[in-house]
Design a protein around this ligand. Structure first.
Ligand code: SF4
Length: 505
């Protein structure tokens, strides 16, 4: 834990922002306004002049050395009080980042940007009418983002607009997420709503959950139909939605197609079959029967010891076999996920994962960086797991990027997480033309995503203002069974509030 002492008068929201910056450099850090035993001290000076120019300066004192930085930025208008606060926090972040970069020798490629959706920021500037050149200048000067990351953002934004040409107007439509909260076993890094299916089956919770889900799909489908909305995409996630029986999947998809309007206009339906141990020829037949051709088969790693260490309970061979079973049965849009920085994995193991992926050439490949999420078993027992250092993680990201280029993939979405190893990003790659529409709309928050089932969050996105309101279905199947009817009512109410005025225009 590094304790950094800063100016005494700083308020909570300033401290929070500066703490995010400190966390980019140190695994665990604390900002204090009074502490006698701080590891380092940063003294800030700041002012705004009559021309709306903000001036900031910082001086870091650590281990007998001093590091200094200053930064000024001019704004055309005075701005509201809220805008002034944001501008000042940004300017202070600049000089804090700068002195910490000098001291640690690290370079933060994402600069002072700590948010999870960098490309949403790019889209916002684009929608304001700025050119790529102007956006690049702002990202560089205001956020200190590296040229390479700006280039990546531009490439992804262009690709998204090619995939969804009506992206800016897609708020008129809606997408659906359906959560099935069961898995064969729980993985060690998992924070998703995932419950071991065996025990839940024994207590009748699987059947009761599915009964409730049929009702929820019908009710929400009725509202969508009555309000003449089109559905852009549907995503079955969880848990692992293929962990239920083939007949149960069949019945649910039947309800889905009967309940939702204009199935022919739905642009994409994905079913996560993440755990290879859940895929069977019968389930693939069901997917094919309903024309669902986008699935996810997730290896995470191609090293058996790693799979064991993270509690996946399936083998590498099983992943490979199930991939080919799906492919040879006609599945022509398969996504695979890899995770960088799994326990005991370094360059060699990751290279092996890439070599194995090359043999399969899935239509899309998502490269995640391991994040220590608070609720996971891995975080609770962090000492048990030996993970790669920042430099190695960064090298593995570069390997993924070169590998995808060599194998004809393009990046089409990206997101960042807090507590992500090496402060890097997660990138979704695909073969050109095989980008997932759902992944784009969820990442860029351009339309409402209605969440059904367990652990499903609904994000209501106002099509005019972009304002977001959320509603969360319960994570636990037992709670879902008890409360799904109230959840339906509440969501209908929120949909009415959000769309009725606009739909009647
Ligand atoms: S397969 Fe996915 S959802 Fe299921 S336990 Fe593992 S990480 Fe969690």
């Amino acid at each position: 834990m590094k304790t950094i002492k800063i100016n005494e008068q700083f308020k909570e929201d300033y401290i929070r922002v500066l703490n995010h910056i400190a966390n980019l450099f140190f695994e665990d850090s604390k900002i204090a306004t009074s502490h006698d035993e701080a590891d380092m001290v940063i003294q800030f000076n700041y002012s705004i002049d009559d021309n709306y120019t903000i001036h900031t300066a910082s001086e870091l004192t650590v281990e007998g050395q001093t590091y200094k930085s200053n930064y000024s930025i001019n704004y055309a208008t005075e701005g509201t009080e809220k805008e002034q606060g944001i501008r000042m926090k940004r300017a202070l972040s600049h000089v804090m980042l700068d002195v910490l970069e000098q001291y640690t020798g690290m370079t933060q490629e994402w600069g002072i940007l700590t948010g999870v959706r960098p490309t949403k920021l790019y889209h916002n500037y684009r929608k304001q009418g700025l050119t790529d050149q102007q956006i690049a200048e702002i990202l560089k000067s205001d956020f200190r983002i590296s040229d390479a990351k700006i280039e990546l953002m531009k490439e992804i934004v262009d690709r998204q607009l090619k995939t969804i040409p009506d992206l800016d107007g897609i708020g008129k439509e809606i997408s659906i997420y359906i959560g099935v909260p069961f898995c064969p076993t729980k993985c060690a890094y998992c924070t998703f709503p995932a419950y071991a299916i065996g025990a839940n089956r024994k207590h009748g919770r699987v059947e009761s959950f599915i009964d409730g889900l049929h009702i929820e799909i019908r009710a929400m489908g009725k509202w969508i139909k009555e309000n003449n909305m089109n559905i852009t995409s549907i995503y079955w996630g969880g848990g692992t939605p293929t962990s239920i029986e083939a007949e149960e999947m069949d019945a649910l998809y039947k309800t889905m197609f009967e309940s939702f309007p204009n199935p022919e206009t739905i642009r994409e339906i994905t079913v996560e079959a993440g755990r290879p141990d859940t895929i069977t020829p019968e389930k693939i037949e069901v997917l094919k029967k309903y024309g669902i051709d986008r699935i996810s088969v997730n290896p995470q790693s191609y090293t058996d010891e790693t799979l064991k260490a993270i509690g996946r309970h399936h083998t590498v061979q099983e992943t490979i076999d199930k991939f080919w079973l799906s492919r040879n049965s006609g599945m022509n849009n398969i996504n695979m996920d890899l995770i960088i920085g799994l326990p005991n994995e370094g360059i060699e193991e990751f290279q092996h994962s890439l070599d194995e992926s090359a043999k399969m050439q899935p239509e899309s490949l998502t490269v995640h960086t391991l994040s220590f999420k608070r609720a996971s078993e891995m975080t609770r027992n962090k000492d048990k797991y030996k993970v790669a250092d920042r430099n190695t993680v960064s090298k593995m990201m570069d390997m993924a990027s070169s590998w995808t280029k060599e194998n004809g993939y393009v990046p089409y979405y990206l997101y960042r997480q807090k507590n992500i190893l090496g402060n890097l990003e997660n990138v979704g790659y695909s073969k050109p033309g095989e980008e997932s529409i759902y992944n784009i709309v969820i990442m860029e928050e351009v339309q409402t995503i209605l969440g059904l089932g367990c652990g499903a969050s609904t994000k209501f996105v106002n099509p005019e203002t972009g304002k977001i309101t959320q509603f969360h279905n319960p994570k636990d199947p037992a709670a879902y069974i008890m409360t799904f009817e109230e959840a339906i009512e509440k969501k209908v109410e929120m949909l009415e509030d959000l769309y009725n005025v606009q739909l009647s225009k």
